[in-house]
Design a protein. Sequence first.
Length: 114
Amino acid sequence: QVKLVESGGGLVQAGGSLRLSCAASGMAFKYATMHWYRQAPGHQRDVVATITSSGATNYTESVKGRFTISRNNARNTVYLQMNSLQPDDTAVYYCKTYWRNEFWGRGTQVTVSS
């Protein structure tokens, strides 16, 4: 059974940084494309960043230059380094992958105060 567990969220002031982690199990992690999504109150869940098995990355426009997605296949973990955080980045951040089926973590709350 695939399991994704996010961690690293918290409360930070505008301009600050956080690093999120998503630990995966029950799958051949090194072959999987991994995604970070976020959902703010009253909004739909949107993709933030994606990293393929080969390390290619893609970002939503609003986080380009501020967020960096990376992966450590030895640790079965994907990361999201978030710099220059703004109040609009406040959301629950989720890790997602597709491995025969779609799997989501439970999310980690990121709150950015102004």
